[in-house]
Ligand binder design. Structure first.
Ligand code: FES
Length: 122
């Protein structure tokens, strides 16, 4: 399913949380943006720009643990929460807030660097 825009809020509905495999990235295309979405083993959801800031590697194909992902191209490590590269200060991936409603994950496309909204919204 393609992401669906909620025109009222400007957010995009991505997929049911149960569709994500823990610790394995998945890429969603929204307009010209590619978003890498991750579910950690503890159930937190994180979204980052899928283009690695190092040399454009596919972050949506990365593996993650509860705190970091590893770019599949050169192995640089990035914080899921902030997008900061832990190998070099020069690189930071853009992160986006996500939230869950009725078991579905949505994303806001206003970038954030430290916000986790992966809790259920009533
Ligand atoms: S492209 Fe991601 S670490 Fe080099």
């Amino acid at each position: 399913m393609e992401p669906q825009e909620n025109k009222r809020t400007g957010s995009y509905l991505l997929c049911p949380i149960d569709e994500l495999v823990a610790c394995v990235g998945r890429t969603f295309k929204i307009g010209k943006l590619n978003i890498a979405l991750f579910k950690t083993r503890s159930g937190k959801i994180w979204a980052l720009d899928a283009r690695c800031p190092h040399r454009g590697g596919p972050l949506g194909e990365a593996l993650c643990d509860d705190q970091v992902l590893i770019c599949p191209l050169h192995g640089y490590v990035f914080s899921l929460e902030t997008g900061q590269c832990l190998i070099s200060d020069k690189y930071q991936a853009t992160t986006y807030p996500t939230f869950i409603t009725g078991g579905w994950i949505s994303i806001e496309l206003s970038p954030t660097s430290s916000r986790s909204l992966s809790q259920e919204v009533p």
